[in-house]
Ligand binder design. Sequence first.
Ligand code: ADP
Ligand code: MG
Length: 287
Amino acid sequence: MEDLQRRADTLIEALPYIQQWAGKTIVVKYGGAAMTDPQMQDNVAQDIVLLRYVGINVVVVHGGGQPITEMMKRLGIEPKFASGLRVTDAETMEIAQMVLVGNVNQQLLSLINTAGGRAVGLSGKDANMIISCKKESGEADLGFVGEIVHIDTKVIHTLIEAGYIPVISSVGADSEGQSYNINADTVAGQLSCELQATKLVTLSDVAGLLEDPDDPTTLIGKLTAGEAKALIAEGNVAEGMIPKLESCIQAVAGGVERAHIIDGCTPHALLMELFTDAGIGTMISAE
Ligand code: ADP
Ligand code: MG
């Protein structure tokens, strides 16, 4: 009996949050180690399905750096990186598309759908959703690493309205059909603006933004976009955290209320972020 009472209490505690988020759009960027561990994958999929069932419009964007690297190694190709981005020649682009669209995306759909959701997989090429071009980098030639020229959200709105969960892999194309490998954080950031999402929640493999990347106890609980920019300029943010933080800055500058970076390996991190006052990880706001 006590146990039943406790369960009812937990549900009732969630009521104000459910009321707050119902009907709102939340973009979830799925990445890091939470993508490769089966138990963590199940937890994330369950959370996404629960959010949809309580009336939240969830849109998922995923990358897949680790699976792409694994596939390249299986094929005997050594991955190359320049300033945190994968140098993407034609062969690497082919592999990235195979892995992201054919493999990671499909796996994510299966997880969400077996957890009881109705997920539809898309790449940025579907319905010309993400028009991209070559990203010009000052230093090395990054090949087919792309940046976003334009996002057309019509297909996403159509899916949301029909109750589906769009799951988007970060591949785009230019008007000639050339594919580009785009950083998934960048896609999630810009998409959250275009959709006028209430929140952008990034699941990664760190507790959040760390003052000292080598010391997990230095978690920064919250900061403004201006403070985040200053941290990047000071050089305290490196590698994959740079596009992540930049996408959060872009999101809040573009009208998204809050952007969060949380540890996807914490069981039910998404629910903890959305349905508790304390929240977890790092929260970025405009001011
Ligand atoms: P994801 O798959 O989530 O995109 P990334 O590897 O691209 O993961 O980015 C997250 C990584 O960024 C962390 O695992 C960490 O090694 C690195 N990083 C660099 N600087 C920081 C920082 N200041 N705080 C937290 N992580 C950082
Ligand atoms: Mg990354």
